[in-house]
Design a protein around this ligand. Structure first.
Ligand code: CS2
Length: 492
């Protein structure tokens, strides 16, 4: 099979494959997206694809902040790619056309700043993962010592980081009398709009105090809750999808049927009618965000560390073990739900039951190793905030603290068979150093890791209700292994 998916071959695709329902030639750019990973392509780009037929002004220019991989895959395809929605019932394929151009930021820095500064661009969206905000995960403040921030302060007109690009583009817009774009973060950060606003304002202040004031007063950063499980694409996915399309697609994205997007409606420069594609606009996202980060992502990270240690490759494999299902259901019902404050009408019971089914979806090969990445950036909003809320009312944290202990056991870097774990984390070196000093002692390992205040803050390490639970779990994880620690877990 040699033909490639692109504008010319679009009409040759096998029947039953949905294609863009609009004239791509008539689309203009309204959105610049930073971080063109699989998640963006299976989520925001799809909502936008749904509305372009009605309103052609919201085409996306998408930038990779680091590697040229996505550009290399999508450029020969005129930005087109396949969305595969998989469940036990089968697979639905759809070609998405909303990405008009891909830019590789490190080599086309000026081009990217040009589109971001263009008056036509009214929204800048981001999926740069937790670590892309260059902030301190425990406090949400800009990390001025972050190497990319140090770089961007020295060369602010030639930035590297997402905050650096946004601040420089806002500076240019202000200088040219162009109103600022709205900044829409789509990452799993707590109060993500407020967090990105704090980071941007601080960085802008360091560049120029007046620019700082401008960002503080004029730039809208609505918070959002985004949800769709999008595992990394595998070679089997590529082969299966090419077979079905009749042409090759170098980088399709594979996801689940479920999708959710809750957005605060604060877009001074206008926005696409994403509600027509199912997005929900609300005045306060926080309750939804807590629900999602604590129930979905908190469970996910717990499953990832324990599942990996237990020898399970994917989340679905882990959830085929009943003891893990019991753990997650108990975690959600007994320890997370009491910390949530949902608006009237929200149906948490169905949400949680759906989550269990989503985690079990055997058609998605979501590797525990993939979710285990960047734990230092994820733990605070996924588990530690919930733990703080529980401790403040003296409520048990038995399962939540097991998730934290499993993270510790995992980042120590050796699995239960003595094999090295490929720990990916911006703090990997520091974690490794702490682990090697611990020489296998659960107590010393835990104390060393608790001392990372960017993760645990000052309060948790000082609270024996937290530290003693974690140390007890960690000891059991070393003694019994993850499978038995889960199946023999005593609660209440
Ligand atoms: C996952 C998320 O990789 C991870 O850390 O927990 O990417 C998760 O799949 C999404 O947030 C689901 O919306």
């Amino acid at each position: 099979m040699s033909d490639r998916l692109n504008a010319d071959t679009l009409s040759d695709l096998a029947e039953g494959i949905q294609r863009p329902a609009y004239d791509r030639g008539a689309i203009t750019t309204g959105v610049v997206h930073l971080g063109v990973g699989a998640f963006h392509r299976a989520h925001q780009a799809v909502y936008t694809d749904d509305v372009l037929a009605r309103d052609p002004h919201w085409g996306i220019v998408a930038a990779s902040l680091r590697s040229p991989d996505t550009y290399d895959a999508l450029q020969p395809q005129d930005g087109l790619y396949t969305l595969s929605v998989r469940s036990q019932e089968g697979e639905a394929l759809r070609v998405i056309g909303s990405i008009m151009r891909v830019i590789v930021a490190p080599r086309e820095t000026e081009d990217l700043l040009d589109v971001m500064s263009d008056p036509q661009t009214r929204i800048v969206t981001l999926t740069v993962t937790e670590k892309g905000y260059c902030h301190d995960p425990a406090t949400g403040a800009l990390n001025e010592a972050h190497p990319d921030i140090v770089h961007d302060l020295a060369y602010s007109m030639n930035p590297k980081s997402a905050p650096g690009f946004i601040v420089e583009a806002l500076r240019r817009r202000r200088m040219n009398g162009v109103p600022p774009f709205t900044v829409l973060t789509c990452d799993n950060l707590p109060s993500n709009g407020r967090t990105v606003k704090r980071v941007l304002t601080h960085l802008a202040e360091l560049v120029d105090p007046e620019l700082g004031r401008f960002v503080a007063d004029e730039v809208s950063c609505p918070s959002t809750m985004v949800d769709r499980i999008v595992p990394a694409t595998s070679d089997q996915d590529r082969e299966r999808i090419a077979e079905a399309l009749g042409v090759t697609d170098a980088w399709p994205v594979v996801t689940e049927p479920f999708t959710q997007w809750v957005i605060e409606d604060r877009f001074p420069q206008g926005r696409p009618a994403w509600e027509l594609a199912g997005a929900e606009f609300v005045s306060d996202v926080e309750p939804y965000e807590h629900m999602k980060l604590r129930l979905l992502n908190g469970s996910h990270s717990t499953l990832a560390y324990l599942g990996y240690l237990a020898g399970y490759e994917t989340v679905a494999d882990t959830m085929a073990d009943e003891a893990f299902v019991r753990l997650i259901r108990g975690l959600m019902d007994d320890e997370v739900t009491p910390t949530l404050h949902m608006p009237a009408g929200a149906d948490l019971e169905s949400y949680k039951s759906a989550l269990i089914e989503r985690f079990k979806n055997p058609a998605l090969k979501h590797r525990t190793w993939q979710i285990a990445m960047d734990g230092s950036q994820k733990l605070p909003q996924r588990l530690l905030g919930t733990i703080r809320d529980r401790l403040s009312v003296s409520a048990p944290i038995r399962r939540l603290s097991l998730g934290v202990a499993a993270w510790m056991r995992y980042v120590a870097g050796t699995d239960e068979n003595g094999m090295a774990i490929d720990v990916r984390d911006p703090m990997a070196d520091r974690l490794q150093e702490i682990a090697s000093k611990a020489e296998g002692s659960a107590e010393v390992l835990a104390r060393g890791l608790f001392a990372i205040r960017e993760i645990f803050g000052d309060d948790l390490p000082a609270d024996p209700r937290f530290t003693s639970e974690v140390v007890a779990h960690l000891t059991r994880l070393y003694e019994l292994g993850a499978k038995r620690a889960v199946s023999e877990l005593k609660v209440g």
